[in-house]
Design a protein around this ligand. Structure first.
Ligand code: ZN
Ligand code: ZN
Length: 325
């Protein structure tokens, strides 16, 4: 019997009677990380990394039933032996290792291989069957280091002294990575935050992540022209009434999608910084090879392209996840 089944867009483990990142409410959910497309409300119980507990409660409800697991700690559900391993994606992100009988399966969730001072590094885990994401599974995606991108952001911010600089990026993960990368460059200036970014940044500070000083922009005088200040906000605030507070700001968006020509222009940002919390092409191939998996299933992105490359060039057994039944 298969360790995992791909049912109704979700991964089900019969031996554990549990789902991984279920798309709808189920009795027992194992959560790779607290991003909204992986952690959904309404489940009977949640099993997740201890570092994501606070954010999960904030997003799914304070009273949800959570079993908090440390990285590497073994736990049993039914006939399955499980453990969570750092995925290097955001605070508390985990890969799920499932052992049933003498077979080991690994579900990566979202992951990246670039250094990120705001979360633990990716841990390479060996397995028989690997289920990997492939959000950026095309050879055109190759990332610069986060440090280098932070330096570009800093230059962009500091050369504009007459107006505020508005940087848009995901409120959970990306914003804190930028703040931590700026700190790692030795920068001491205060950065102002939109309320949604402020809340999650607080959770990161509680977890001990070192970042530049921050303050909610709402604490500043409404009359303050915010000349030369950097403000970080979620993409949903772009062109919203919230933006009226800023006079002729320069705007930018930080995302892996900024690597796609035209994406910045279509959305209207003046500047794009290519910064992703997913593995690039090199990172995906390296991870797949290091797992030594005999079979690879690919999801979330360019399944066919990556499967074909792995089969034809690397001589591996790779399939889009829909092939897992
Ligand atoms: Zn994610
Ligand atoms: Zn995701």
């Amino acid at each position: 019997m298969s360790v995992l089944h791909y049912l109704n867009q979700g991964l089900y483990c019969p031996a554990a009677d549990a789902w991984i990142d279920p798309p709808c409410p189920v009795k027992r959910a194992i959560i790779t990380h607290a991003h909204a497309d992986h952690a959904r409300p309404g489940c009977g119980e949640y099993w997740a990394c201890d570092q994501s507990e606070t954010i999960l409660r904030q997003r799914l409800g304070r009273d949800i039933k959570i079993h908090s697991i440390n990285y590497g700690e073994e736990f049993r559900l039914g006939q399955a032996k499980l453990s969570l391993h750092s995925a290097g994606h955001v605070l508390g992100s985990a890969q799920v290792r499932i052992e049933v009988g003498d077979e080991v399966w690994l579900v990566t969730g979202d992951y990246k291989r670039c250094h990120d001072p705001s979360c633990e590094p990716f841990e390479s885990v060996k397995c028989d069957v690997l289920i990997t994401e492939s959000t950026f599974g095309l050879p055109i995606y190759r990332w610069k280091s986060g440090k280098q991108v932070a330096r570009e952001i800093y230059e962009w911010w500091r050369t504009e002294t007459e107006h505020p600089s508005l940087l848009f990026c995901y409120a959970f993960g990306k914003a804190q990575r930028v703040l931590a990368e700026l700190k790692s460059l030795g920068i001491m200036e205060e950065v102002l935050l939109h309320g949604a970014v402020e809340t999650i940044t607080g959770h990161y500070r509680e977890a001990g992540v070192d970042m530049v000083p921050t303050r909610p922009v709402s604490e500043l005088e409404r009359k303050d022209p915010l000349k030369g200040r950097l403000i970080i906000a979620p993409p949903s605030a772009y062109k919203s009434p919230w933006m009226k507070r800023f006079k002729e700001p320069q705007t930018a968006f930080a995302s892996g999608w900024m690597a796609v020509r035209g994406a910045r222009r279509r959305r209207g940002y003046e500047r794009g910084f290519v910064l992703s919390d997913h593995a690039d092409w090199t990172g995906l191939i390296m991870t797949i090879k290091q797992s030594e998996a005999k079979k690879i299933y690919i999801t979330h992105g360019q399944e066919d392209v990556l499967a074909r490359y792995l089969t034809e060039v690397e001589g591996l057994n790779a399939f889009p996840l829909e092939m897992l039944k």
